[in-house]
Ligand binder design. Structure first.
Ligand code: AFP
Length: 344
């Protein structure tokens, strides 16, 4: 008999949904209560709902500005509000989240009746300025373990990124991909709209040790320190042996620039500058989750002066410089940043 020339696609991953993956993780932890698992599932549910709203935004009359500005002084888009309310409603529902700190809210929302000892930090819709022009946007999240026996308050959120139990992001791009780390490895799950599930698509992501792309808003050049200016000149110089000049890519949605950097290597930098001397990106729900993911993937995350994950925040919406990417490329940035005088 002739051998068939066609073989069916590999079906071994057919059951590898995000939910199954999270459950399998739980079974490996003796005595797990299921609350952390439940929380991760609720975050993924909120992101499923948000991706639906993002995909239909142009039809559902939810593009554009609400007319409001948020605590950061930035214009609030209609989808920012929808994403924020979706996330809060879903997290409150199951009672396993003790509180949420969101980019969209001046103060943290606390749920004292909840059980579980976990808090969530979230930027529900990152890259708002890209919504109306159909460029990739995302959701960034982190799950924090509350210190045992401590009272629940806004202070509970003011712990370093080393206390995060999990972090990740969802990119609403050419496809919707959820990237998650619980500290051991980083995995990506692609949304299948037909099945209504995230399926494992990027197993054990490792950030390449070096890349050839730099990602920075060069419109800020005049505001940079001499060290940052010299670093950008360096990556643009011709040096074949060293793989320079690097290519430049900058989307302006952290999720999109970070996702490309995680998969392809290179560096994303939003350093401190004269306009934003403390940096622009928010520590709790932008910088820390990204730093957590990059470190778990073998990459590096720094402010230029020290590790992002070691910073103990003093306020909810604290800003920091953020430089993430391939280990080699971030170390090169640090060499240049070191040359800046203190306070520059
Ligand atoms: P939004 O969620 O407020 O749009 O935040 C965008 C962002 O915080 C981050 O996603 C980008 O990397 C960064 O700002 C872009 O900033 P510039 O427009 O100053 O380059």
């Amino acid at each position: 008999m002739n051998q068939p020339s066609w073989s069916p696609p590999d079906a071994s991953k057919a059951g590898a949904t995000l939910e199954t993956f999270i459950l399998e993780g739980m079974f490996q932890v003796p005595g797990a209560t299921g609350m952390f698992t439940s929380l991760l599932n609720q975050i993924s549910l909120a992101c499923k709902l948000i991706t639906g709203r993002v995909r239909r935004a142009g039809l559902a009359d939810v593009l554009g500005w609400t007319g409001e500005t948020n605590v950061q002084g930035e214009s609030v888009q209609k989808l920012d509000i929808i994403a924020n309310e979706t996330m809060l409603a879903v997290l409150k529902r199951r009672g396993h989240c003790m509180g949420v700190a969101s980019e969209e809210l001046d103060n943290a929302v606390l749920f004292p009746q909840a059980r579980g000892g976990y808090l969530v930090v979230v930027d529900p819709l990152d890259g708002s300025s890209n919504i109306d022009v159909d460029v990739s946007i995302g959701t960034i999240f982190g799950i924090l373990r509350m210190k045992p026996e401590t009272p629940l308050s806004e202070e509970s959120f003011l712990v370093s990124g080393r206390n995060y139990a999990a972090a990740g992001y969802v990119i609403y791009g050419s496809s919707t991909v959820l990237v998650l780390s619980t500290g051991k490895g980083v995995h990506g799950f692609t949304w299948d709209p037909g099945a209504g599930e995230f399926f494992l698509s990027h197993e054990n992501i490792r950030c390449p040790t070096r890349g050839n792309i730099y990602s920075v808003n060069e419109g800020n050049t005049a505001r940079w320190t001499p060290g940052v200016k010299r670093w950008v000149d360096h990556v643009k110089q011709e040096n074949k042996a060293d793989g320079r000049p690097y290519s430049h890519r900058y989307v302006g949605s952290l999720v999109a620039d970070a996702h490309r950097t995680l998969l392809k290597g290179g560096i994303f930098a939003y350093p401190a500058d004269k306009k934003s001397p403390k940096g622009k990106l928010r520590l709790l729900y932008e910088a820390n989750p990204m730093a957590f993911v990059f470190e778990a993937a073998g990459g590096r995350a720094t402010t230029g002066k020290g590790s992002v994950l070691d910073i103990v925040p003093t306020e909810l919406h604290q800003r920091v410089p953020l430089i993430i990417g391939s280990k080699h490329d971030v170390e090169t940035f640090e060499e240049f940043a070191k040359q800046d005088p203190e306070g520059a």
